[in-house]
Design a protein around this ligand. Structure first.
Ligand SMILES: C[S@@+](CC[C@H](N)C(=O)[O-])C[C@H]1O[C@@H](n2cnc3c(N)ncnc32)[C@H](O)[C@@H]1O
Length: 233
């Protein structure tokens, strides 16, 4: 029987985003939240489910990428790239003279992205093994950092934000797409899985030295799309 049969969309989202992780203590990231991405058999399933019809960031992928306003020649980092859903779309936009660094802590996701980029002839895609302490990218090497459904997976958000800031060129853009967690409104799964709401996440990001910025936004219901700028100095 197909593993999806009999699942409601809420339970499917639980499965996709990490239902095996334990409930985090309030405001703290579940220390096991990323363990699931280290097992090859799980990764094979996530590769399918991340790009399915039950996930808002997947169904709205084109509108999301359009809002990034990428131009040929730009260098961007897809941190927590997962299956490469956004990596390959961003690679189309920046073209052969641009670069997309697909960073993840899961070697199996990176292997999948390497195979996919080879198949698509996207030589501008470069995979990089990241860590919970940083991006492992060169300082001031990218124009835009993209985080989709990743920020709440950071086990040390302060270190990751400091590293992302270092990785961005002055005036560079940080895009954060996250579940819009609302007490009393969001599903039980989101309330347990995501450690904080939009206002708290924005405060953390601004406290790390990023400025909130204007720009086009895709219409999203379950998630929010936030744009920040590294000051030009
Ligand atoms: C829910 S998936 C999102 C995948 C993709 N961004 C998307 O929206 O389809 C979260 C991803 O973040 C990765 N991740 C978690 N912490 C990370 C970190 N500190 N640096 C890089 N990747 C990380 C996980 O391995 C996983 O692939």
């Amino acid at each position: 029987m197909d593993w999806k049969l009999g699942m409601t969309s809420a339970t499917l989202v639980m499965f996709v985003a990490g239902a095996w992780a334990q409930e985090p203590s309030k405001g703290k990231v579940d220390p096991k939240i990323n363990e699931q991405f280290q097992k090859k058999e799980n990764v094979d399933r996530f590769i399918k489910s991340f790009e399915g019809h039950d996930r808002e960031v997947s169904t709205k992928r084109d509108a999301i990428v359009a809002a990034l306003q990428l131009k040929p020649g730009m260098a961007v980092a897809d941190i927590g790239a997962g299956s490469g859903l956004f990596t390959r779309l961003m690679a189309e936009k920046v073209g052969a003279e641009g670069a997309v660094y697909a960073v993840d802590i899961s070697k199996d996701f990176l292997k999948h992205i390497d195979a996919q980029s080879a198949k698509l002839g996207q030589r501008q895609v470069k995979t990089v093994l990241g860590s919970q302490n940083g991006t492992n990218l060169e300082p001031e090497s990218v124009d835009l950092v993209f985080l989709s459904d990743v920020y709440h997976h950071f086990e040390d958000h302060q270190q990751m934000l400091a590293s992302i800031k270092k990785t961005l060129r002055p005036g560079g853009t940080l895009i954060v797409i996250e579940f819009d967690r609302k007490e009393g409104k969001s599903s039980e799964f989101i309330l347990k899985h995501v450690r904080a709401g939009q206002a708290d996440f924005r405060k953390e990001i601004e406290a790390a030295g990023f400025q909130s910025a204007d720009g086009p936004k895709p219409e999203l219901k379950e998630n929010f799309f936030a744009r920040f700028r590294k000051p030009a100095e």
